[in-house]
Design a protein around this ligand. Structure first.
Ligand code: SF4
Length: 1000
């Protein structure tokens, strides 16, 4: 494989080298093992050309040079008209070109204009070695003159002067800063062209530039041609390809050639689906390509002969019913016929039959240039496709004539050879430019075409490894050494008398020449740029195969960031987004892109509500339901903002995402202050603080908005009711005990009777108020409640005996009289970190003292039995953060016992919970010090007492900072624990969290 191409390429090089067959036989010793064979082939090839009356380019060149070398030849009138010939930026002189201009220069003035070489070997080595061919002519050079041009100035001068400089200036002397040069790294070739198109549009929009100021150039235009065509049409950028777009890249032709692709891929599922989905084949217009693909996948088809497809499709269809079966049958029948026809085409190994089958297949497929496309520039696209269609028919009919003429009808060339010949013919053609008369267009050029021209704004694209610099053809008949040896042997065998012209007759370039030629090309392309230049490359092919960037990018970076570190150099490159629609909507030039972005934003919420409304408004403003739609849109935007807040795990970022919809009411600080500090006089109860500590939003809903859960009527007394009843009984019981000075408890029957009587009286009170629920149920519960109270009493007796704490106050209220007339004492005053004071109120269930050790204990009754939960509440780490009650109550009780002169001084305190349903004293009391005397809080942590130091770490300091947060409106939905909260329906935190977990 590849031999034919290689040998023809080699003959072409020999032709350009003016090596005639008879001379080739004389060139010896360059490749002993193959040179005879090569010479024989070359002679046979030339003989065949003569026999058929044909010429190849080598023969023609040879003839021309022979004619020019003749002394009798005179300048024709067409040349005589001119004073001189100027060759601008032509720098490669093969022996043919060399002889051509050498001979012309004998008769007229020939000036070769080239860039002035300097010490940049990579850029100018190629010029120097080519020019030396003429310099060696000496006297024989006739009227030949070599002139050197200077690179144009402008903002790009530094780039033009420094590219390929082997000793670039160091960082300090950097003049490259601010060069109008950009390097774009793009995800794929498609994205690369989208970025180029978008940049051109942006620059034109900025004003002062015409489309014709721009050129987009490629070293290899093939991989980009169809993409430029598609993207620039979508973006409505007027453009044209200097050499036309290769016919093979036209979408209609690509569809036509996809038939060969399907055969080549062994009837692969994707390839067959591509044919069935092409809008150029009317045969499949009635089937839905998604249905077809689903059917193929369901049938488990990857590829396979038509018989395999038949069997698998049949089996799958048998499992379907009704309309779905009919639809599948239609798809299967069409697919099967397509496969059978492709298979028949594949079996044709003679040209006439191949062409007949192919034509019949096109007819059956209803190949037509009238695609369904109706987007922008559809008229241009229709023109383009019609032309391509005509050219396809023309190519096939020309192939048929050629076959007839050359009498190839019976040659069994084989399917692949005929196919390659036909596709070769197609690829050699180009499609014309519609509207070519319009000169104000962006030019898409091959890099060779830009040399000698000038564009204000140049995009040098496809700077990918292997493409530019173009990778040297590996498949050559001769090795590098053999080519060098050939040059030498050829000169020795060359009969010409003038040794001066020998240099110019070097047939083959060295590989280093090729490398230098590529560098010079790059330099020349940069030279064509006037004001700005963009260098672009892709990271992968459309199928995902990775591509490396060109080494030229590094050469440009050497100029842009001399002496920079690897990272600094990388930072110079603009890494463009994965998708065009990642940009702001107003930057998207294609209406289809804008729609895609709109859809994406609608469901992603990445755009602001206002811009979304504006953008949808452009399509649908005033349509029925528009008003309701905008309301929904605004609600959706709100919900998205809330979701973004909930989903964010980083607390710092979360704070930034907080807004009024997730209860950041910082903007309403004044209103909140007037309510809390004005109306409520800056009084805070520990339950309120605790609610804030558990979840700021819970506090906001309950304490600020004053919302309460809706009470559902229940047959049984609920937990809250039972707790109130127990509280009432215990309060009255201890009040009696304190009043009658019967403490500490002894456990005697008398005490138990008092407790029982107290309980029965309270039950009756509750019954009368209707708080006991259904009486039939209560009767069953009453005895249980009484025996629980008796067990409670037993545990109390045990605790007082062991710990020595005696109740001295029950249900002690701390508040201003103006707010609670039952108040025993004013609230506790704390100083705020920012100045001023706030008041801590409270209703303490019970205050105990142990007079012997000046110890104080505050007790809060709890009906629950979850000791672990309450242990957490009294842990030092949670006090002042999520738990406030024990701390605040200790501060209040301390003031109270001293105001009542029960204790002179309080040395230490403990506070916590009495779980009234736990029967063992040691478990029933959950206290701040864990119940261990040694660790009893001495007040320094609480920040209590005269002159006690208060820092942000003390309890008082923490209370102050919680109050500050409340008063500044930070009511975020950020729960520590949602247990027992009444507001899940309002905050919707739970629903969101579940949903995001499912999405993840
Ligand atoms: S349910 Fe949870 S998140 Fe919602 S307000 Fe209550 S505690 Fe806060």
């Amino acid at each position: 494989p590849g031999f034919l191409d290689s040998i023809l390429n080699f003959f072409d090089e020999l032709g350009a080298g003016l090596v005639a067959p008879e001379l080739l036989s004389e060139v010896k010793g360059y490749a002993p093992e193959k040179e005879k064979e090569i010479a024989r082939l070359y002679t046979a090839y030339q003989r065949e050309l003569v026999k058929r009356g044909l010429y190849d380019s080598g023969t023609l060149r040879h003839g021309l040079i022979e004619a020019l070398s003749s002394k009798k030849w005179e300048l024709p009138p067409s040349l005589k008209r001119f004073e001189s010939i100027r060759l601008i930026d032509i720098y490669q002189f093969t022996p043919y070109r060399f002889e051509l201009f050498k001979n012309l220069a004998i008769r007229m003035k020939v000036t070769i204009v080239l860039p002035t070489p300097d010490n940049r070997q990579r850029a100018f080595g190629f010029i120097v070695s080519n020019i030396s061919k003429f310099e060696a002519l000496g006297e024989q050079a006739g009227q030949l003159e070599i002139k050197f041009s200077q690179a144009g100035g402008g903002g790009l001068l530094a780039l033009k002067e420094r590219i390929f400089d082997l000793s670039p200036p160091d960082k300090e002397s950097d003049k490259a800063e601010g060069l109008p040069v950009k390097i774009l790294s793009c995800h794929s070739r498609y994205r690369e062209m989208e970025e180029v198109g978008a940049s051109i549009i942006e620059m034109v929009k900025q004003g002062g530039r015409r489309w014709s100021d721009f050129a987009v150039v490629f070293r290899d235009i093939k991989p980009y041609g169809a993409i430029v065509d598609d993207v620039f049409n979508r973006y409505s950028i007027p453009f044209y390809f200097k050499r036309g777009l290769s016919l093979g890249q036209n979408p209609l032709i690509r569809s036509a050639l996809s038939l060969f692709g399907a055969i080549n891929a062994g009837y692969g599922r994707d390839e067959i689906a591509r044919i069935a989905g092409s809008s150029y084949f009317g045969r499949f217009a009635d089937i839905d390509i998604d249905d077809a693909q689903t059917l193929y996948i369901e049938a488990g088809i990857i590829d396979g002969e038509p018989s395999v497809w038949r069997r698998k499709l049949k089996k799958t269809i048998a499992g379907r019913k009704g309309a779905s079966r009919d639809k599948a049958n239609r798809i299967a029948n069409l697919t099967q016929e397509l496969l059978d026809r492709l298979n028949r085409l594949k079996r044709q190994n003679r040209p006439p039959q191949f062409l007949d089958h192919l034509t019949r297949l096109f007819t059956w497929l209803k190949l037509s240039p009238e695609s369904q496309y109706s987007g922008p520039k559809s008229d241009i696209i229709r023109f383009r496709d019609n032309n391509a269609y005509m050219q396809l028919i023309d190519t096939v009919s020309q192939a048929r004539q050629a076959v007839e003429m050359m009498k190839m009808g019976s040659s069994p060339l084989g399917f692949e050879v005929i196919r390659d010949m036909l596709t070769g013919q197609i690829n050699d053609r180009t499609t014309p430019e519609p509207g070519a008369a319009d000169l104000n267009r962006v030019q898409a050029l091959n890099i060779h075409d830009v040399i000698g021209l000038n564009f204000n704004h140049l995009f040098i694209c496809g700077l990918n490894e292997g493409e530019f610099p173009l990778r040297a053809q590996a498949r050559s008949i001769l090795t590098e050494e053999e080519r060098t040896a050939f040059n030498k042997a050829h000169i020795e065998a060359w009969p010409a008398a003038d040794p001066e012209a020998r240099k110019g007759r070097r047939v083959f370039d060295r590989s280093s020449d090729k490398w230098q030629e590529e560098s010079l090309l790059f330099f020349q392309a940069i030279k064509a740029a006037g004001d700005t230049v963009h260098f672009t490359y892709s990271l992968q092919e459309l199928d995902g195969t990775p591509i490396m960037r060109s080494l030229f990018i590094d050469d440009v970076l050497d100029v842009l960031a001399p002496g920079a570190s690897t990272q600094e150099r990388e930072n110079v490159i603009l890494h463009t987004g994965h998708l065009a629609i990642a940009k702001e909507a107003f930057l998207l030039p294609d209406p289809e892109e804008q729609k895609a972005k709109l859809l994406r934003d609608l469901f992603r919420g990445s755009a602001s509500e206002q811009s979304l409304e504006e953008r949808i408004g452009q399509i649908a403003r005033g349509a029925p339901g528009w008003k309701r739609f905008t309301t929904l849109l605004s609600l959706a935007a709100t919900e998205r903002q809330r979701d973004d807040y909930f989903i964010e795990p980083d607390p710092e970022k979360k704070k930034k995402l907080a807004n009024i919809y997730n209860a950041s009411l910082t903007s309403q600080k004044e209103k909140i202050n007037s309510l809390l500090v004005g109306k409520r006089k800056g009084r805070y109860s520990p339950t309120a603080l605790e609610s804030f500590g558990q979840c700021p939003f819970r506090y906001f809903a309950g304490k600020t908005l004053g919302l309460e859960a809706v009470e559902e009527p229940e047959l049984e007394m609920d937990a809250r009711g039972a707790g109130t009843l127990n509280h009432a009984v215990l309060e009255i019981f201890y009040k009696k005990m304190i009043k009658q000075k019967r403490l500490p408890l002894t456990g005697c029957d008398d005490e138990k009777n008092i407790l029982r009587d107290t309980a029965l009286k309270e039950f009756e009170k509750f019954r009368r108020k209707g708080l006991l629920g259904d009486m039939a149920i209560w009767e069953a519960q009453e005895e249980k409640t009484l025996s629980a109270l008796i067990r409670w009493h037993d545990a109390e007796v045990e605790d007082q005996r062991k710990n020595g704490f005696i109740p001295v106050g029950v249900e002690v209220v701390f508040d201003f009289k103006s707010f609670d007339k039952n108040s025993d004492l004013d609230p506790y005053l704390i100083s705020m970190p920012g100045g001023g004071g706030r008041h801590l109120t409270g209703r303490v269930d019970r205050i105990d003292i142990r007079a012997d050790g000046n110890m104080l204990r505050v007790v809060d009754y709890k009906s629950g039995s979850n000791a672990a939960k309450y242990k957490k509440m009294v842990a030092r780490d949670n006090l002042g953060r999520v738990s406030f009650q024990p701390g605040v109550y200790m501060l209040l009780a301390r003031d109270w016992v001293m105001s009542k002169k029960m204790m002179d001084n309080v040395d230490s305190m403990r506070g916590g919970y009495r779980l009234i349903h736990l029967d063992e004293a040691v478990k029933a009391y959950v206290m701040t010090d864990g119940g261990k005397e040694k660790e009893i809080d001495d007040g320094s942590y609480l920040g209590a007492g005269n002159g006690a130091e208060q820092t942000p770490e003390t309890f008082e300091g923490q209370v102050g900072s919680a109050i500050e947060k409340i008063e500044s409106g930070q009511f975020y939905v950020s729960p520590v624990n949602c247990d027992y909260c009444d507001f899940p329906g309002l905050c919707r935190y739970i629903a969101t969290a579940k949903q995001s977990a499912q999405t993840d």
